[in-house]
Write a protein that binds this ligand. Structure first.
Ligand code: BGC
Length: 922
């Protein structure tokens, strides 16, 4: 099939998403900007728009990022040029700190100290000031309650104070991945305050569209903004190095605040202003056996065009379980309504979405407890002027489950109950696991398919239904099966260069059976292609959630999917679906919301878009990956109820409604068992209860354990037994693995289980474009209107063997401003290496020609050459190389360097990955 990807339309959709995801918290006649306004922009981040956070969720290579000032200029706004020049000059003298190493970029940049005279002068030529405050975020660490992280720095506070003093109107824009402290901002009484989030490479255009009033803001908060971090009920144990006890239970975010602590809220969940106003009228509502159907009429009562989000929250009777007073159970967004225009919307609320999970002994079911149910309808968790109620006479079990994933450590949780005049809370003991896990697993070991050896059946014969999957799998030896459960990467040469992993056809023998290698690439907001190939960088998850617009997310991800086909990528490692349980979580930017319903619906929408063109997203991290501190070892201790209602719910929606077919587990443990080897999670809940039919994978180099045992990497037997299908990642998936062989001998793993996992993987692969390519039925993608964004060469990346030492000739390579040169190493010994780059330049001695080196997408360091009068000059650095396939990319910020060679020399071998990791962490 021939497909066309129109880059302009892709940009348009991304820009629309940005504009719809911006949340306006305040506006005292400062916005939209008027055509006569000249605007003074403060804050150095105006020159370095944060398109995303860092780490795997932010490493999309782009040719250009449109920042907010670029967007404003493109939109025709008059900018105070003199002030911009001052920032540019200071920025040149105080270069942006890229940091180095994995997650090494600082979360904020030094701010330009502001001379009061500069501010005064700016105010004399413009009435309106825009102050931009920026933060990045990323994996492996959480934000901290420190200046430059969650809090403002002294320079930022000083900037706000001075700007406030001299300007008539102050507009504050937060270019951040997640929530930051607003106290010092609010103290300066900004006239407008907007979370513009991180909007990907077109973020500035979408932001400008809102600022100039081309689009009225319609984004709504996907999180509650409380006054203080300590107000969030999860704060007590968040960040603990060993064990994070979820004592707040189901009372996450607004569920807590709206039930027990309304006064702690600065801006409620679901809140967001527009340039116009709306009336939401309840036309009619009814409840039947399975659902409630609500009809509302939304009227634009103001002067601007705009969109509104209608939100429905359930207030269930407290019953014996205790409930939150507000639970989001439906939402819909209007089209753009002109002043006085109305639109009718129908919102269907399924009874299963307002049910509670009873995790008490012998119950384990989704239940609607008897009593009066209210559905509150409005435009935030706080503002719901319309209500509809119905009564359920008898307790109604919606679905019976078996106890799964329950705690093994005693702890107490918050429990709500009906008090005299209001709902009150106490602490209660959490029901403990009573499951005999070994018995549960033993009862479910599948029947073995008899080994036949190679019968000449190819995977394509299963596709054409000439043979069954069982007949195909019968041919695979124990060794073949041991290979297929190990993904290869990062940067496996079997798939697109510089991607996260290959799976499926990961050995020559498996390929001979006609199994193609499928390709996974990070995720979630665009493709991470470590060789430097440019890709579209999309807005982050939190921004997408703030749009509350499912159709838009679906449309955007259809474009994304087509771009994936063009790059031969089958699985995008995202969307990230973990719950914003605490505002300091380092990866909140990748995730959607504190609410599981919104999370699940937005993820399902993205998946639908990807599925339309035959690719998919790997939803992650399954489940309860809610802190980055010590993420490889943290144990999340959570009740079964909170897991079901909060931490699993979004995934359940993505599986059942979004037909998710690929899932990644987490690094850490839930209730003592690392998720990568957790049978209840991967088999009982995911497959038996939810009917998941796809394949699952671990997070990269994840730990696995047996109950009570030590977690370790590459621990395949408990992983495979739990029916987590693929270990991500191995350096060579085709080698013999003695542990698997021993496990098969001992019986801690059976061939039947491996066959079952192989069937999951192959069943998935059958539907991929990788399979289509294998059988010669490849889709082609013509990308049109990409313009200068399309300067990548199609030349394949060269792989060099690195056996302790290698010298690579670069005499044909010259530095060209803005371009990359990439190659890959096949590394025999992992460890610490010295890398030396030799180059010369004919330019003057004052010239500065930097090369920034990235290994597997991570910034390793920058070397700067001056003119060398043509003589070769070498620079070296020491770096860990811990992956068998290591892509190296050199980014040239200037012209004028003639490269000669790059040399690698082993300094200290690391005997295994753990050592290499330890070395890196050191
Ligand atoms: C992250 C995953 C990511 C993987 C591959 C891990 O560090 O936790 O989300 O997909 O790396 O890059």
């Amino acid at each position: 099939m021939k497909r066309v990807l129109d880059w302009n339309k892709y940009i348009e959709k991304a820009v629309q998403t940005v504009a719809e995801g911006i949340v306006m918290l305040e506006n005292n006649n400062a916005l939209p900007l008027e055509s006569e306004d000249t605007v003074s922009v403060f804050g150095r981040i105006q020159l370095h728009y944060y398109k995303s956070g860092t780490g795997s969720g932010g490493m999309v290579n782009v040719s250009k990022v449109t920042g907010i000032v670029d967007g404003l200029i493109e939109a025709g706004v008059k900018i105070n040029k003199e002030l911009l020049d001052i920032y540019n000059k200071w920025d040149e003298e105080n270069p942006y700190d890229q940091g180095s190493g994995w997650g090494g970029e600082p979360w904020s940049q030094k701010e330009m100290p502001l001379d009061e005279e500069v501010v005064k002068k700016a105010a004399s030529i413009s009435k309106k000031a825009i102050v931009i405050i920026g933060r990045t975020a990323g994996e492996e660490q959480d934000a901290r309650i420190e200046a430059g992280s969650y809090l403002l720095t002294d320079n930022e506070k000083d900037m706000l104070k001075k700007v406030r003093k001299h300007f008539e109107k102050v507009i504050v824009l937060l270019n951040v991945g997640g929530l930051i402290d607003l106290e010092d901002i609010i103290a300066n009484k900004p006239d407008a305050l907007l979370y513009v989030w991180q909007g990907g490479m077109t973020g500035g255009t979408g932001t400008a569209d809102v600022l100039v009033g081309k689009v009225s803001p319609s984004g709504k908060l996907p999180d509650t903004i409380a006054y203080k971090v300590t107000d969030y009920p999860s704060d007590k144990y968040f960040g603990d190095m060993k064990c994070d006890r979820y004592t707040e239970d189901i009372f996450v975010g607004y569920r807590w605040f709206e039930t027990f602590a309304k006064d702690s809220v600065l801006y409620p969940f679901g809140y967001g202003l527009s340039y116009t106003t709306f009336d939401i009228d309840l036309i009619d509502a009814k409840n039947n056996e399975n659902e409630s159907i609500i009809n509302v009429k939304v009227t634009n009562t103001g002067k601007y065009k705009g969109k509104e989000v209608v939100q429905v929250y359930c207030e269930a009777p407290q019953g014996k379980l205790g409930k939150a007073k507000r639970v989001l159970c439906g939402f819909a967004k209007t089209k753009e309504l002109a002043p006085n225009e109305s639109q009718s919307l129908e919102i269907v609320v399924k009874n299963s979405d307002i049910a509670s999970y009873d995790d008490s002994k012998d119950n384990h079911c989704w239940i609607l407890e008897k009593g009066k149910y209210y559905l509150h309808i409005g435009n935030s968790a706080r503002n719901c002027p319309n209500s509809f109620s119905f009564t359920i006479d008898e307790d109604r079990v919606i679905e019976k489950c078996s106890q799964a994933l329950a705690p093994v450590t005693e702890f107490e949780r918050i429990k709500a109950s009906e008090g005299d005049n209001e709902v009150t809370w106490t602490m209660e003991k959490v029901p403990m696991s009573e499951v005999d896990e070994e018995k549960r697993i033993a009862e479910r070991i599948p029947a073995e398919i008899k080994y036949t050896g190679d019968k000449g059946i190819k995977l394509a014969d299963v596709l054409s239904e000439k043979h069954t999957m069982d007949e195909f799998i019968a041919q695979l030896s124990d060794h073949d099966l041991s290979c297929i459960i190990r993904g290869e990467g990062m940067g496996s040469p079997r798939v697109t260069a510089g991607t996260a992993s290959a799976f499926g056809g990961v050995s020559d023998r498996l390929m001979d059976f006609g199994i193609p290698a499928g390709c996974c690439s990070d995720g979630p907001s665009g493709m991470r292609l470590d060789c430097g190939t440019k890709a579209f960088s999309l807005p982050n998850g939190t921004l997408i959630a703030s749009t509350f617009n499912r159709e838009l997310a679906e449309e955007l991800f259809e474009f994304m999917g087509t771009e994936m086909i063009a790059n031969k990528v089958d699985c995008l490692l995202g969307p990230g679906m973990n719950i914003h349980r605490h505002p300091l979580n380092g990866r909140n930017f990748e995730y959607f919301s504190e609410d599981p319903f919104l999370t699940g619906k937005m993820a399902a929408a993205e998946l639908k878009g990807l599925h339309k063109v035959g690719v998919t997203g790997t939803i992650k991290h399954f489940c309860a990956n809610n802190q980055e501190t010590n993420r490889h070892f943290i144990d999340s201790v959570v009740s079964e109820r909170a897991l079901r209602e909060i931490y699993l719910k979004g995934f359940e929606i993505a599986v059942k409604e979004g037909n998710a077919d690929s899932i990644m587990t987490t690094y850490g443990a839930v209730n003592g068992l690392w998720t990568a080897g957790n049978f209840d999670l991967n088999t009982v809940i995911l497959r038996e209860e939810w009917g998941f039919k796809g394949f699952t994978m671990t997070d990269w180099w994840a730990n696995v354990n047996y109950r009570g045992g030590e977690p370790k990497r590459n621990f395949y037997a408990p992983m495979a037994r739990a029916q987590n299908d693929v270990y991500m990642v191995c350096s060579d998936s085709s080698c013999v693995d003695e542990d698997i062989e021993n496990a098969l001998k001992e019986g801690s793993l059976t061939r039947a289980e491996l066959q079952r996992n192989a069937a999951n993987i192959l069943g998935f692969i059958l539907k991929t474009h990788a399979m289509k390519r294998m059988i010669g039925d490849e889709d082609t993608v013509e990308i049109i209107n990409r313009g200068t964004d399309n300067d990548d060469t199609d030349e394949p990346v060269v792989f060099y063997d690195l056996d302790k030492k290698v010298s690579i000739d670069l005499s044909n390579v010259k530095s060209v401003k803005g371009e990359n040169y990439s190659f890959a190493l096949i590394v025999k010994n992992e460890g610490w290496y010295r890398m030396t780059i030799t180059a010369s330049s004919e330019q003057s001695q004052l010239a500065q020609i930097p090369i920034t080196v990235f290994a597997m997408g991570t910034n390793i360091g920058t070397f700067t050459w001056n003119g060398t009068q043509g003589k070769p000059v070498s620079y070296s650095l020491e770096m860990p190389i811990f992956s068998r396939f290591t892509t190296i990319r050199m980014y040239f910020a200037q012209n004028g360097l003639d490269l000669h060679s790059v040399d690698f020399e082993l300094l200290k071998a690391a005997e295994n990955m753990d050592l290499a990791f330890a070395a890196e962490e050191k």
